[in-house]
Design a protein around this ligand. Structure first.
Ligand code: HEM
Length: 965
């Protein structure tokens, strides 16, 4: 016995000695001990409280010891910048940010970094749920609460009732309590009503956009408050600073050979045509068009492609000498290349009269933003761009006369691939309800700004719709008496057999399936490539599948706690903070779609064999999984701002043929694939060749100096009052945001709980070594100077407080932004939001977007799922069919398939988009065999852990894209 004790002591002594030596000689080891001490302090102090007041928000900046625990000194070194801390945590970047560690598992450095980053993101989401929801209809209820229920816990609003003018008014209950039933709850309705069965109007076509910023801060150019006057001092207006000057100075893509680009119009042989653009190495052109495809599902300010009838000037008029504004000289106009003769139609507005106010808690509030605009699309993620959002748009959708469950696809002569046999969308017929400029395009519900990528994606999803219908028909033929899973709420006890499913029922189920597939692709595939790092891989997958990825007792319990406990409580913290936290564990998708009978003593009353008692007759089962956090769902105006992603577009597309994927056959100007020309190009090139073309090419990086030349010179023949019949779309992006009253960049950030910038120099990436004077550093300095020239500087007055949303070191933020009184400061408060987020060069690893844009997505991308019954409690066979649920869950009809190996350390299922591409274009099998994420350039070697390197995968070495940069 004594011998054993002696041996044990020797072993312990050896371990202590080894650790002691390691501590003495290894800085890494010592740093780890310091970091672990940080963790001890973090644990000792407990979690940070969610702020009570807007001005006390966490700003993405953690305490020193937390920073040390999660990323060591690297995080500390960047603490003084305005940018979020988590991007410097261990494991949050590429392989170089992964680190050896004393501790293992979730205590290891890398996992402390990743888990810590996810915690920060959850804090941001919860704070935004608390501080950033402003609905133009219901703010009074939100602030005051109703009948003893606090505002954030309210779930039903009078303003979300259908008005008497709605054709379904009587059906939902007329003047009495309104509840959607019967046919209105079976499918996604055309106008988007009855998604929330207790709030029929919510998210429907023509309802007002919401806001994520306090109404008082909207329309800063109107100088309506003292804070705004202090902030901008009358310097800004619709055309000040001049939008075309901003476009030409800050957005123009520099060209090494302008004669080969010809403002984006030069096409033909790659030897003759060339346009430079800054490329994002890890994101392809399909991803660019994908997001245009998405925006056409989610929102539009235009009504049937029309703005207001009035015409306006769009700049190219003024510039600034120091603090003085003056007209541009003819020479300056020439050298800038802008056009004073351009005209555009004014944006549509809804309410323009000053809003009424109300009092609460001794404070005066606006009942809505100073002006409002309408979302002329359904706000739901319902594939409305394909299937319609109004009667008129539905009349553009063509169904197959031989089986009206299918969409009409036609054979094109000479198109013979396996995919081609599935057909192409037909073009508009002469009597279709369209605008003249849409003539010749494919017939779809949302035809505006038609592009080659939209044509591609609409064709792919029309084929996917039909493959679902065909598979259903095949199974129904094999088993006609089988239970389809569908139920008619009017006859809930009646099984609908496969053979009895009507074409209309099948068409609508296919729409549900296609919309859910799109949402799944966007959440788990597009976004994880847009934000290409381990943190967001985990975060986005958690949004869909939950942190607990399996359907087990723990995930069922979390679902139950979120929906049945927190979701039913009237405490605000339960409805917001705790709901969001528990939903992250269970996954938002499918929340509340099962109701397991409690049979104690199972886990939290759950039992592995418990029966699912979800019942279509129970409105609280049908609707129970949604949570609007006290504010009816619609997109906020600020969301559109961060989707003004025009730099994603290259000027030229490198056209390839599947037969010879490593060869670029010709360069095709994007502008020659606009509107009806897109359809022609799609037909000429063939769907799978366009897939390959866009799949291999990198998209444009979202940065200054990278807007497509063709969009600055876009033909706009319909504008009658225009001398040029052209428009600078990037300049228009600036004008539209100003028309919509989006706060300027710094206040925008403060409103979202991000730190204030104190000068244009804050845009320079602090990680770049100032001594090396690299090309990138020179570029960033050049743009800082240009911003200063355009937006100007002023002598500051420290007595003027400029915001109520944030403080600086415990004091009000003033006109001096922390600089001494009377010093010259940048007019950084005037910076347009789009310019600001494009200028952000400090970004988390693998982020194609900036942290400001991303913050807007955190809240709105989550809400888009949280609020939609068909993605939560109504994700059920009763609506989708059993095949539909299986299809969405397994990414198709043939079960889950697995990728080989473990990309980025994960076992991966073959992704939904890749499965769809393979189903709709089987001829891409070889090309896609090595592709894990179809939004990553198809010929790129993904390398090790989240590499952004641009090098070819095996077999693509000859691809010229890897030769020229
Ligand atoms: C061929 C490519 C494209 C062309 C020709 C194009 C053209 C246009 C035009 C003409 C407008 C309308 C401006 C107005 O009157 O307000 C617009 C708006 C917009 N575009 Fe694009 N665009 C293209 C690609 C994209 C892409 C890839 C995105 C990515 C998200 C995008 C996002 C937007 C957004 C968010 C708006 C504002 C819509 C609204 O106000 O509701 N566009 N675009």
């Amino acid at each position: 016995m004594r011998r054993w004790i002696a041996r044990l002591l020797v072993v312990v002594a050896c371990i202590v000695a080894v650790f002691g030596v390691a501590y003495a000689i290894s800085p890494n080891f010592r740093a780890d001990v310091a970091a672990i001490r940080g963790c001890e302090e973090l644990i000792g102090n407990g979690p940070r409280q969610i702020a009570d007041q807007r001005k006390d928000r966490f700003l993405g900046k953690v305490r020193d010891y937390t920073a040390r625990c999660r990323g060591g000194e690297r995080v500390i070194a960047q603490r003084e910048t305005p940018w979020v801390d988590w991007s410097n945590y261990w494991g949050a970047g590429d392989a170089s940010t992964r680190s050896w560690s004393l501790l293992l598992g979730h205590l290891s450095r890398n996992n402390r970094g990743i888990d810590g980053a996810l915690t920060d993101l959850e804090y941001q989401r919860v704070e935004m749920i608390k501080f950033n929801l402003f609905d133009n209809y219901t703010i009074q209820d939100y602030v005051n609460g109703r009948d003893g229920v606090p505002g954030r816990s309210l779930k039903v609003w009078a303003a979300m009732r259908l008005p008497p003018t709605d054709p379904h008014y009587k059906e939902v209950g007329g003047a009495g309590p309104q509840l959607c039933t019967g046919d209105l709850i079976r499918y996604r309705t055309l106008s988007g009503i009855c998604n929330d069965i207790k709030n029929p109007l919510m998210g429907s076509t023509g309802t007002l956009f919401a806001r994520n910023v306090q109404f008082e801060e909207t329309f800063p150019q109107d100088s309506a408050t003292q804070l705004i006057r202090n902030r901008h001092d009358g310097r800004i207006s619709l055309l000040r600073p001049d939008p075309q000057v901003i476009s030409r100075e800050l957005f123009t893509r520099e060209q090494s050979a302008p004669a080969k680009c010809k403002e984006g119009t030069a096409g033909g042989s790659p030897a003759d045509a060339h346009c430079d653009y800054v490329k994002a190495p890890f994101f392809n052109v399909i991803a660019a068009y994908w997001i245009q495809f998405m925006t056409h599902d989610w929102f539009t300010h235009l009504d049937e492609g029309q703005n207001d009838k009035a015409i306006m000037e769009v700049g190219c008029k003024t510039t600034r000498d120091g603090s003085q504004e003056r007209p541009l000289t003819p020479e300056e106009i020439k050298s800038l290349g802008c056009r004073p003769g351009d005209r555009m139609d004014v944006g549509l507005m809804a309410d323009t009269a000053p809003p009424p106010t109300f009092q609460a808690g001794g404070q005066t509030y606006l009942t809505r933003a100073r002006k409002t605009t309408r979302n002329n699309n359904t706000a739901w993620w319902d594939a409305s761009q394909i299937y319609g959002f109004s009667d008129r748009s539905y009349h553009r959708v063509k169904r197959d006369p031989s089986d009206s469950a299918r969409l009409l696809l036609v054979q094109l002569p000479g198109h013979t691939t396996e995919g081609d046999k599935q057909g192409y969308l037909p073009t508009f017929a002469p009597n279709d309800p369209i605008n003249a400029q849409w003539t010749g395009q494919e017939a779809v519900a949302f035809p505006d700004n038609w592009s080659i990528g939209l044509s591609f994606l609409h064709n792919v999803f029309a084929r996917e719709h039909n493959s679902f219908v065909d598979e259903f028909r095949r199974r129904a033929k094999a088993n006609p008496d089988g239970d389809s899973g569908l139920r008619d709420p009017a006859h809930p006890d009646q099984i609908i057999k496969n053979k009895d499913v009507t074409p209309e029922e099948l068409y609508q189920a296919a729409r549900l399936v296609v919309a859910a597939e799109i949402a799944k692709i966007h959440t788990t595939e597009w976004t994880t490539q847009l934000l290409y790092d381990e943190v967001l891989y985990n975060g986005m997958n958690a949004n869909w599948f939950g942190l607990i990825r399996d359907d087990n007792l723990v995930s069922r319990a979390l679902d139950k706690v979120a929906v049945d406990v927190k979701g039913r409580s009237i405490r605000e913290a339960d409805q917001t903070l705790w709901y969001s936290v528990f939903a992250s564990g269970a996954g938002i998708f499918g929340l509340g779609s099962h109701k397991y009978a409690s049979r104690p003593p199972g886990f939290l009353g759950l039992d592995r064999n418990a029966k699912d008692v979800w019942d279509i007759r129970n409105p609280d089962h049908v609707n129970g999984g949604v949570n609007h956090f006290g504010s009816p769902f619609n997109f906020p105006e600020e969301f559109i701002t961060v989707y003004r992603l025009h730099p994603l577009m290259p000027d030229l597309l490198e056209f390839r043929d599947v037969k010879s994927p490593n060869t670029v056959q010709r360069d095709v100007p994007v502008v020659s694939t606009f509107r009806g020309m897109a359809t022609q190009a799609e037909h000429d090139g063939g769907l799978s060749n366009w897939a390959l073309t866009m799949g291999r090419q990198r998209l444009g990086a979202l940065t200054l100096g990278n807007h497509p030349q063709f969009l600055q010179n876009l033909p706009m023949p319909r504008i009658t009052g225009s001398a040029t019949k052209q428009i600078d779309i990037p300049a228009l992006d600036i004008i539209r945001d100003r028309e919509h009253g989006v706060p300027r960049f710094n206040e925008f950030r403060r409103q979202y709980g991000l730190k204030t910038l104190t000068s244009f120099d804050d845009f320079i990436d602090h990680k770049l070594d100032p001594k090396t004077d690299s090309t990138e550093l020179q570029r960033e300095r050049r743009y800082v100077k240009k911003m200063r020239d355009i937006y100007g500087t002023h002598v500051c007055d420290d007595s003027k407080v400029i915001t109520a949303a944030q403080e600086l070191d415990g004091k009000p933020i003033t006109d001096c932004l922390g600089h001494p009184n009377g010093s010259t400061v940048d007019n950084v408060e005037d910076l347009d939001t789009v310019v600001g987020w494009l200028a952000e060069s400090t970004r988390p690893h693998g982020f194609a977007i900036s942290e400001t844009q991303f913050t807007v997505f955190i809240i709105n991308a989550s809400r888009r799922l949280f609020s939609d019954r068909f993605f939560t409690s109504s994700f059920r066979p009763e609506f989708y069919t059993s095949l539909g649920v299986e299809w969405v869950t397994n990414n198709g009809p043939t079960g889950i398939m697995m990728e080989q190996g473990a990309p980025n350390g994960h076992k991966e299922v073959v992704s939904p988009f890749k499965r769809i591409l393979l189903r709709t274009m089987p001829e891409l099998k070889d090309e896609l065999s090595g592709v894990v994420n179809a939004f990553d350039p198809w010929a790129r070697d993904r390398g090790a852990y989240y590499s952004l390197e641009w090098k070819p995968r095996k077999g693509a070495e000859a691809d010229p894209a890897f030769r020229k940069q």
